[in-house]
Ligand binder design. Structure first.
Ligand code: SF4
Ligand code: SF4
Length: 187
């Protein structure tokens, strides 16, 4: 038996598979792709991305925007006849992609995710004005102005805090996070 772990096995490990490789049970029925509300924006549909993983097409999968466009709606997961957790697969691919620092140039998802995680580690709270620069400049001028207008209205109505805040017992929160995600370089 070969000691080299395949891409499909690596991804199965990230899915915390208790036995076998769940992705290998995919029958390529296409229910996931047919039910996915954002499949039209993806480079490859969920069905195809699973086929590519099973065929060991690691570079092509990591270059894809598919998992960054996933809206985590779980439609595919509840409808899959093979009980494959496709939503969790999309999360696993995001984690893997950031872990390996391999993703398509110009995607908003990786930068946004990193900013979000750093912010949560530092304060325990989400604060939109810190997150906005990771995506707002990729919009056209008109959309950018609409975003700014929307944010100003929320601010004036008190729905957006003026200053960022921190949770109590942040040190304990960080300790807990450190048990579930690698914190190196993020603090
Ligand atoms: S719905 Fe399930 S079995 Fe069908 S293609 Fe998608 S992952 Fe494979
Ligand atoms: S969970 Fe993601 S991949 Fe599945 S249907 Fe929803 S958006 Fe599509």
């Amino acid at each position: 038996m070969s000691d080299t772990i395949t891409f499909s096995q690596e991804i199965s490990n990230l899915l915390h598979a208790t036995e076998g490789e769940p992705l290998k049970t995919c029958i390529q029925c296409g229910t996931c792709s047919g039910t996915c509300p954002v499949a039209g924006y993806m480079d490859h549909t969920p069905r195809l991305i699973i086929s590519m993983i099973n065929r060991g097409m690691k570079e092509e999968v990591l270059e894809s925007n598919t998992f960054w466009y996933c809206a985590s709606c779980y439609h595919c997961t509840v409808r899959c006849p093979q009980d494959i957790n496709i939503t969790e697969l999309m999360y696993a691919l995001k984690r893997y992609s950031i872990w390996k620092s391999k993703y398509k140039e110009g995607l908003i998802g990786p930068t946004f995710s990193e900013s979000f995680v750093k912010m949560i580690i530092r304060s325990g709270r989400s604060y939109e004005p810190i997150l906005a620069p990771s995506y707002i400049f990729s919009f056209g001028m008109r959309d950018m102005l609409l975003e700014v207008q929307g944010a100003t209205e929320l601010l004036l109505k008190g729905r957006l805090p003026v200053l960022p805040s921190r949770i109590k017992r942040l040190d304990k929160f960080k300790k807990m996070l450190g048990r579930i995600i690698p914190m190196g370089g993020l603090e």
